[in-house]
Design a binder for this molecule. Structure first.
Ligand code: F6P
Length: 545
């Protein structure tokens, strides 16, 4: 068993170093090392990372990488890529990396090379997608299908909707995609209100095919479809399923020929590059989807082979640990400066918080150190006009990742005299500069600000940021970016010695909801045996609904 992080020499050294580092300021670090902005950078899979605006010296970085080594990050990484059952609480391998392995690769699970299986499904998906996109797949009344409704939740929704929005520029025009996730009937109602069932394909996406929300939405979608098409046989032309549970798919009434499978070694939040991405493939086409997978694979290879000192996921992961475990930072903001990445923070919330929101170690002990942070954010520049005030001048330390692209997909020549994209990117650079370097009282007073107002106008600076730049948002860059965060989460979970691949924390609420459902719609007053708060809430709901 690798050492618990706080039993390592590196952890103790980092604690001591953190005491000294209290006086470390980013402006000072740049003063003593003017080349820092060129030096503390790394590149991989088409992504450029500038991590110079962090409260770190070369010693800090050495100690952080020592911590990674002492906690066995490299051995754990090897175990994951090799298909070992590192998801110990569920006895499963963790092989989302196999989903993007090239056709000639070999990845063994239980004595079987799974790569041919992966490519068989991809080929079936591609054949289906071509039929729908070309209008050759006809609905029950003979019309081509031009609306696609993905029904799923969590990993069966957030990845596809994020990637579809991110790649909208590349999506086939004339196809309308909708993503229904919430069991709130409003979601399905509003997303189908203007769609013609005769022209609509419904993809029911669920790894387990038992998830309450998805099953309810799928049933209601079927009712919606059959109300218009009035023949059960229509389901076969308008419903497909993506799942690991062939039996449940068949029981639901979807033809197994219209099912695209994946495997228990793919976690829900790591599944968007499996058949769960069918909606994305329908939008951007099989070639676009393969490019996305190639981007994931580029980052997998970078993560697997680059030295830790230049390894993007390792650097991001360990920098996060520096603030999380040695500076009491409670959260981490991800701020994409690209409207297409509007759903990226929401996607990362599940990826990171469902993975590392744990307090029990791999061997069943309660941790005595902090684990996963709260992840949040929204696209710049909107966030600037909402919550950046707190990041700049609040009392909380919030490390941030800024993500930007050198080329825009939508060049608008002039907004206020400069191209829109220059306006956008100027904000990326300005924000990280302002957060790092701030503005002193002397500077404020020198500007002629009255002494009583001056403290309000001071920016302390020394607020850490990473900047991730790519040339252009393409399917391939997107794949690399997603895999960067997947592996960052892996690195942190490995250091904290927790299982990043189960999610038992979501179970209790599911079970209790299952018990409460019949109590809500029982005809006669049910005998309620909850606490007094829950009982009273249920009674009030029953009385007033
Ligand atoms: O939220 C719990 C969870 O199990 C997620 O991990 C998963 O992505 C989501 O529910 C949906 O599960 P399924 O794909 O099985 O419907």
């Amino acid at each position: 068993m690798p050492a618990l992080p706080n039993n390592t020499a590196a952890w103790t050294a980092l604690e001591n170093h953190a005491q000294d580092a209290q006086n470390l300021s980013i402006p000072h670090l740049f003063q003593v090392d003017p080349q820092r902005g060129d030096r503390l950078t790394a590149e991989g899979a088409g992504l450029y990372l500038d991590y110079s605006k962090n409260r770190v010296t070369d010693d800090t970085l050495t100690l952080l990488l020592d911590l990674a080594r002492e906690t066995g990050v490299e051995a754990k990484r090897a175990a994951m890529f090799a298909g070992e059952k590192i998801n110990v609480t569920e006895g499963r391998a963790v092989l989302h990396t196999a989903l993007r392995a090239p056709r000639d690769a070999t990845v063994m699970v239980d004595g079987r090379n799974v790569v041919p299986d992966v490519h068989d499904v991809l080929d079936r998906m591609a054949a289906f997608a071509e039929q729908v996109r070309s209008g050759r797949w006809l609905g029950f009344t003979g019309k081509p299908l031009k609306n696609i409704v993905n029904i799923g939740i969590g990993g069966s929704d957030l990845g596809p909707v994020m990637a579809y929005e991110a790649l909208r520029h590349y999506a086939q025009k004339g196809l309308t995609l909708r993503f229904v996730s919430n069991v709130d009937g409003t979601d399905l109602t509003e997303k189908t209100r203007d769609l013609d069932p005769a022209e609509t394909l419904v993809i029911v996406s669920s790894k387990t095919f038992t998830t309450q929300e998805t099953m309810a939405n799928a049933q209601s979608a079927r009712t919606w479809l059959l109300a218009a098409l009035e023949d059960d046989a229509a389901v076969a032309r308008h419903f497909v399923a993506v799942s690991t549970n062939a039996e449940a798919v068949q029981i639901f009434g979807i033809d197994p020929a219209n099912m695209f499978g994946f495997w228990d070694w793919v976690g829900g939040r790591y599944s968007m590059d499996s058949a769960i991405g069918l909606s994305v493939m329908l939008a951007v086409g099989p070639d676009g989807f393969r490019e996305l997978l190639a981007g994931f694979h580029d980052m997998d290879e970078h993560f697997r082979t680059a030295p830790l000192e230049r390894n993007l996921p390792v650097l991001l992961g360990m920098l996060g640990i520096w603030y999380n475990n040695f500076h009491d930072a409670q959260s981490h903001a991800v701020l994409p400066y690209d409207q297409y990445l509007a759903y990226f923070p929401a996607y990362l919330q599940q990826l990171d918080m469902e993975s590392n929101g744990k307090h029990i170690t791999l061997d069943g002990q309660t941790v005595t150190y902090q684990t996963g942070p709260v992840i949040w954010g929204q696209p710049g520049t909107n966030g600037q006009h909402a919550f950046y005030q707190l990041i700049h001048q609040g009392t909380k330390l919030i490390p941030c990742d800024f993500i930007g692209f050198c080329q825009t997909l939508n060049p608008l020549p002039l907004g206020n005299g400069a191209p829109h994209h220059d306006l956008l990117m100027a904000n990326v650079f300005a924000q990280t500069e302002a957060l790092a370097f701030g503005k002193t009282l002397e500077q404020v007073l020198a500007e002629g600000v009255p002494a009583d107002l001056a403290p309000h106008r001071v920016f302390d600076g020394n607020r850490p940021t990473n900047t991730i730049l790519a040339d252009r948002l393409t399917p391939r860059t997107l794949g690399a970016l997603i895999a960067l965060y997947e592996h960052k989460v892996f690195v942190q979970g490995a250091v904290w010695n927790i299982n990043s691949f189960d999610q038992w924390g979501v179970e209790l609420g599911k079970v209790l909801a299952g018990k409460i459902v019949p109590e809500l719609h029982a005809e006669s007053e049910p005998e309620l045996k909850h606490d007094s708060s829950t009982n009273a809430l249920i009674r009030r709901y029953r009385a007033r609904r």
